[in-house]
Design a protein around this ligand. Structure first.
Ligand SMILES: [Zn+2]
Ligand SMILES: [Zn+2]
Length: 164
């Protein structure tokens, strides 16, 4: 059994859902990475200080109950992302990028037990709230990284470490 360095078992099915409970999902594959984004779009989307993204293989993501509403957003880069949210309570559940149909970008705050998921890095740190800066560690990018590969590689490396 693979265990992650933060004490959770990454191979155990994780359950999650929206705030009202209408939409429920299961993850049957371990996350590919986990990072925080401090860009203003993520602050707006999360209605909070930053956003978190947890890409998982699409084959390891199943909706168990309910049907999320989709909003298609075009980013400044021109890339289109389908954003899934609960039509009753509005909770954002995941993003599905058009250019990479093999992954689903789960919003990890919707997990039933999100504790123990420690981001491997931070992007758009130039927009981060000053009070958050002391907690920003790991791979740090001032703006959008050219590629997210380092965030995938570092996550893989962390989770291949033997369990304590
Ligand atoms: Zn809901
Ligand atoms: Zn962002």
């Amino acid at each position: 059994m693979a265990a992650d360095a933060s004490g959770g078992d990454l191979m155990v099915t994780r359950l999650g859902g929206c705030q009202c409970g209408d939409v429920r999902y299961a993850l049957s594959a371990p996350p590919l990475t986990l990072y925080a984004c401090h860009c203003l779009d993520c602050q707006k989307q999360s209605a909070s200080g930053f956003g978190m993204s947890m890409p998982v293989p699409r084959s390891g993501f199943q909706i168990l109950q309910g049907e999320p509403e989709m909003w298609r957003r075009t980013a400044a880069s021109g890339r289109v992302v389908a954003c899934a949210f609960c039509r009753t309570c509005g909770t954002r559940l995941y993003h599905a990028p058009d250019r990479n149909p093999s992954i689903v970008n789960v919003k990890p705050g919707t997990l039933d037990n999100p504790l123990g998921l420690i981001p491997i890095g931070h992007v758009w740190v130039s927009r981060a709230h000053p009070w958050l800066k002391p907690s920003i560690a790991g791979l740090v990018f001032e703006e959008q990284p050219d590629t997210f590969e380092p965030l995938f590689a570092a996550w893989k490396q962390r989770n291949e470490l033997p369990a304590a």
